[in-house]
Design a protein around this ligand. Structure first.
Ligand SMILES: Cc1ncc(COP(=O)(O)O)c(C=O)c1O
Length: 438
């Protein structure tokens, strides 16, 4: 069996002298340079949502890399997997309408709630920023038996990692599935703490975030110990929310990555973790502090070095170094084996050249819990209008306006915007919000 059946097929087709009487319209002719590999479901190419040929084979390869009961490709990121996972869990909901979820959920989860017509209760953890949900907190929240699933995000954008093992034990005690948004943690299969090895029932991985894959690449995994046969609904669930034109460039890229992951990828990840640790030690000597404990992400608290994240990012960018994310309080740098030692050297010399300053004392306003006026679905599907943030007090948020900063949404659709939320919006430079027309 080939380790790269999709890649092999696409490569062979690209090299043949074929008359392309099929989509896409570029007919394999150069423009960007990748068109020759960009095909559609021609004879032999299989079909993502009815896979029984090369795609099914490649997904089996993926499943063996991640040691799952089944794994599936998404060419539309984890966002698609998140909608599909919620839908799949609802197939076994037994009339229950509510999911219990960590409040730091990505906005694709909000759209999943709206599209699936599911209700939600939030878990906040003891610290609203890191949303560190403990097994005890989860256990206490599950006593009323209202929920059909538990949904958490780990790692989050800022590198915080939850105790998935502990949370999964609690979920299974209550006979509920644990769904994990592991969009940032695909690489954790190679550092020994992937959700599929820690008892989660389903998770999504954005392969494109940390693995050598094109943007849009993602996996939906069902674990060997999943409490229900979710795998039988996975293709139907994904096709419900997906385009009917999955990109073969993305499929081939995920297929090729399987070969790499079956090789010495684990050692490469270990080496990158070592370089990250070294860099962190160097930055600590300069007085810089961090958040999160994710191994391939360095999340600097820039104010500890006397800078706003925005200011530090612009200095980095002037030196040709582009971080993943920054706001005033955070600067996130994501690493993978694609970053060679030379990248770490450039960073080290940049930070050594920074003039030390007094820490910035200004603190971010605290995100508080808001009152809910209607469900996410009702808010999302209501007539809505844009208003300047300073005029939004008392109005109901209608569409998600932040995806990550400050990791926890300031307000979720259906919640009433109060003074404190306005202060947070303003702090994070959000000037306009969409509210429900009343
Ligand atoms: C925590 C989290 N979950 C899900 C997603 C969505 O992933 P994708 O962009 O692969 O659709 C993101 C995107 O940044 C994210 O940060």
């Amino acid at each position: 069996m080939s380790k790269t059946p999709i890649y092999d097929f696409v490569q062979k087709y690209a090299q043949g002298e074929n008359v392309r009487l099929h989509m896409p319209g570029h007919k394999g002719k150069r423009n960007l340079g990748c068109e020759m590999y960009d095909i559609t479901e021609i004879c032999g190419a299989d079909s993502l949502f009815e896979a029984e040929g090369i795609i099914a084979q490649s997904e089996r390869n993926l499943s063996s890399v991640f040691e799952t009961r089944a794994s599936f490709y998404s060419t539309e990121g984890s966002s698609l997997c998140i909608r599909a996972m919620l839908f799949m869990a609802m197939q076994y909901a037994d009339g229950k309408k509510k999911v219990l979820a960590g409040r730091n959920a990505h906005k694709s989860f909000m759209s999943a709630l709206a599209l699936c017509d599911a209700d939600v209760d939030w878990l906040y953890g003891d610290d609203l920023y890191s949303c560190k949900i403990s097994p005890d907190e989860l256990d206490a929240a599950l006593t009323n038996g209202e929920y059909f699933a538990v949904y958490v995000t780990s790692p989050d954008y800022l590198g915080n990692v939850l105790d998935i093992k502990g949370l999964s034990i609690v979920c299974h005690k209550h006979n509920l599935p644990l769904i994990v948004d592991n969009a940032h943690g695909a690489y954790m299969k190679f550092t020994g703490n992937h959700p599929m090895d820690n008892g989660a029932d389903m998770c999504c991985d954005s392969a494109h975030k940390t693995l050598p894959c094109l943007t849009g690449s993602a996996y939906l995994h069902i674990s060997k110990s999943a409490i229900k046969p979710y795998e039988k609904d996975a293709k139907r669930a994904m096709s419900l929310f997906a385009s009917t034109s999955p990109s073969y460039l993305i499929l081939a890229s995920m297929d090729k990555a399987n070969e790499e992951m079956l090789g010495d990828f684990k050692n490469k990840v270990a080496e990158t973790c070592r370089l990250c640790d070294e860099l962190k030690a160097e930055l600590s000597h300069l007085g810089i502090e961090f958040t999160g404990r994710e191994k391939l992400k360095i999340n600097i608290k820039p104010k500890t070095a006397g800078f706003l994240g925005t200011e530090l990012a612009s200095l980095l960018e002037k030196n040709g170094i582009y971080p993943e994310f920054y706001d005033k309080d955070n600067l996130v740098m994501m690493f993978s084996p694609g970053n060679g030692a030379e990248d770490f050297e450039r960073l080290t010399s940049f930070f050594r050249g920074l003039k030390k300053r007094e820490p910035v004392q200004q603190t971010a306003p605290v995100v508080k819990r808001l009152e809910r006026a209607m469900s996410v679905r009702e808010a999302v599907f209501s007539p809505q209008r844009s208003v300047p943030v300073n005029l939004a007090e008392g109005k109901i948020l209608a569409s998600a306006c932040v995806s990550c900063p400050p990791a926890i949404p300031i307000a979720v659709c259906g919640e009433i915007i109060d003074k404190c939320a306005i202060e947070c919006f303003e702090y994070y430079d959000i000037d306009v919000v969409n509210v429900v027309e009343q």
